[in-house]
Design a binder for this molecule. Structure first.
Ligand code: CU
Length: 201
């Protein structure tokens, strides 16, 4: 039995056809969506237990830095992206482990170690926005894991770009419902779709 304190409730789960990018996305993306749906359902049922209703730890500072970084990449600003990457690394390094519930320590440590690496690479790659964007793919997966573990501190939209990452697709998180693609920036700003709305609960 997992002791997961999650306040993650997907109020809206919009599974859209990925037609906006002129790509046949195939079955890979569909199965990705199915995964997202089942996670949401199980998280909700845990809330209904009435157990673990208080969040001891918030990922708000991490989310804040991630969103700033993501927005810098939308704007195509490699310098700002780098400084936001460093901010995120600093934020992750300052997290007080004592504030994290014991049963989540291990999972947090593993996710944070990975996230720090990606944030650091983004911080070190002024002048190479393509590389910064590559690291955002994994960083967004890390944030997804953190949200599943601790819940979302604010309403977030989980977006999906079917084209990036060599056609494998990539997710990102946004504070706004409107699609603004951080992987392509102005080249293809509206490529992608909202996969899930993650509400604070
Ligand atoms: Cu790198």
């Amino acid at each position: 039995m997992k002791n997961i304190t999650l306040y993650l409730t997907a109020v809206t789960l919009v599974v859209m056809a990925f037609l906006s990018c002129n790509l046949n996305t195939g079955k890979t993306e569909s199965s990705g969506n199915d995964t997202a749906i089942s996670q949401t359902v199980s998280d909700t049922s845990k809330n209904q237990d009435g157990k673990h209703l208080k969040a001891d730890f918030s990922i708000a500072p991490i989310v804040k830095d991630y969103l700033s970084l993501k927005n810098a990449l939308i704007s195509g600003n490699d310098k700002t992206a780098a400084s936001e990457g460093k901010n995120l690394l600093n934020t992750l390094s300052k997290i007080d482990m004592a504030s994290i519930p014991n049963d989540k320590h291990q999972a947090y440590m593993e996710i944070a170690a990975d996230a720090k690496e990606h944030a650091e690479h983004i911080g070190d790659n002024v002048g190479n926005i393509a590389h910064q964007r590559e690291h955002l793919v994994s960083l967004s997966e890390d944030l997804n894991d953190l949200i599943k573990l601790f819940g979302a501190p604010q309403t977030l939209y989980q977006d999906h770009c079917p084209m990036f990452n060599g056609g494998k697709g990539a997710i990102w998180f946004s504070e706004t419902k409107e699609i603004k693609n951080p992987y392509y920036g102005s080249k293809m700003i509206d490529c992608g779709s909202v996969q899930a709305t993650i509400e604070v609960k």
